[in-house]
Design a protein around this ligand. Structure first.
Ligand SMILES: *Cc1c(COP(=O)(O)O)cnc(C)c1O
Length: 375
């Protein structure tokens, strides 16, 4: 029996080729040869934005926290059903995270609750595009404009996903995308910061370059660069950029395969829809589904049993986030009950999805899920 892992890097001989080329010449590294190539592929997705390759999406969120001058007592509204960085980047600078519940359809932040959570101390809202699926961003933008707060898109899982034709991350004041190895397109570790709001574009450059005006120097505007702001070393490593370049070259194929496989999951698991207490991810999300395929089991016990059942059959299925409001650190803040978040995090199961799998693998996994449910 072959192991089917939850995710995989995409297989290509060119990774090695790019790395060999990079190592052949010091100047290529110093001049950021592959970073520049990656930016040429990415910039057309964000026409009027400043984009920055970072060592992680987390780094991008930390830059945003600096740009917003987050201070002690500032409030940031976000879902609890997300990765720790969505909160910690702001909390590390003194912000209070205000967690709101998600909607059961699409698993995005509940916009009615967002509006209720706004206070005079609110600085920003972080919209997490769970599995690459956005909430109603037109409505969220309106809410943010009305209350003069900033909109941050955590599009970590959303490379390839759009809202009204615009790549996610390109709609709010800021966005981040992750190129971690756990995501659909990867530099092994890396990310992209997208600064859409013009007001912040110049300063973002300085914070990104260790708090120096190095980019002015590179562009020949100043004869030498100096310390001008807070900041850190947020850039992507060139080795990672060499990997990313290859993944960007094949991103359409990779996303197409992942999408096709997730539709086969849906079709194969459809017989379970009105049996057992299993819920499939909403069919309308499948049109642009690249990051993951999930189902909801009856409860936590049922979900955990299913994970073990599949593991015994060499299939690596995964739960997802432990809600932040219910974590050791998150409990230190004032929190409301978030019933949907708790329920979804207990019931959610993610099945293997990557471009190194084929249709047969998906049919095999679906068959095992069905036989689990029939037991
Ligand atoms: C993966 C992920 C991150 C973190 O991305 P890194 O590149 O690992 O820093 C942040 N937010 C969400 C929602 C994620 O899924």
């Amino acid at each position: 029996m072959r192991n089917i892992f939850f995710n995989s890097i995409n297989k290509s001989k060119n990774y090695i080729k790019h790395v060999e080329y990079l190592l052949s010449d010091y100047q290529l590294i110093r001049n950021k040869h592959f970073s520049i190539k990656c930016l040429k592929v990415l910039q057309p997705l964000f026409l009027n934005s400043n984009i920055f390759l970072t060592h992680s999406a987390t780094a991008g969120l930390e830059i945003i926290a600096h740009l917003l001058n987050i201070e002690k007592g500032d409030e940031v509204i976000l879902p609890s059903f997300t990765f720790v960085s969505s909160a910690n980047s702001f909390v590390s600078q003194g912000a209070i995270p205000v967690f709101v519940d998600i909607e059961k359809e699409g698993l995005g932040i509940d916009l009615g609750l967002v509006e209720k959570a706004i206070t005079p101390k609110t600085k920003a809202v972080v919209a997490v595009h769970y599995a690459g699926h956005p909430c109603d961003l037109n409505r969220l933008k309106e809410i943010c404009m009305k209350h003069q707060i900033y909109l941050i898109e955590d599009a970590a899982m959303a490379f390839g996903n759009n809202f009204e034709g615009i790549q996610l991350g390109g709609i709010g004041d800021f966005g981040v995308i992750s190129f971690d190895v756990t995501k659909q397109i990867s530099s092994i570790q890396g990310g992209l910061l997208i600064v859409n709001n013009e007001k912040f574009q110049k300063r973002a450059n300085n914070i990104y370059h260790n708090g120096t005006n190095r980019s002015n120097f590179t562009n020949g505007i100043v004869p030498h660069y100096e310390w001008v702001d807070v900041g850190s070393k947020y850039q992507m490593n060139e080795l990672n950029a060499a990997f990313l370049y290859e993944d960007l070259n094949q991103f359409l194929e990779v996303l197409t395969i992942r999408n096709k496989l997730s539709k086969i999951y849906y079709k194969e698991l459809l017989p379970l829809k009105n049996k057992h207490q299993l819920t499939l991810m909403p069919q309308e999300l499948l049109e642009e589904n690249y990051h993951e395929f999930y189902v909801l089991l009856k409860d936590k016990l049922d979900r955990d049993k299913c994970i073990n059942y599949l593991a015994e059959r060499a299939i690596e299925a995964m739960f997802h986030y432990t809600p932040l409001h219910n974590s050791k650190k998150g409990r230190l803040f004032i929190n409301n009950e978030l019933p949907n978040t708790t329920e979804i995090s207990d019931r959610l199961l993610r099945l293997p999805l990557h471009a190194e799998m084929d249709e047969e693998d998906v049919r095999y996994i679906a068959k095992q899920v069905i036989s689990y449910c029939d037991e």
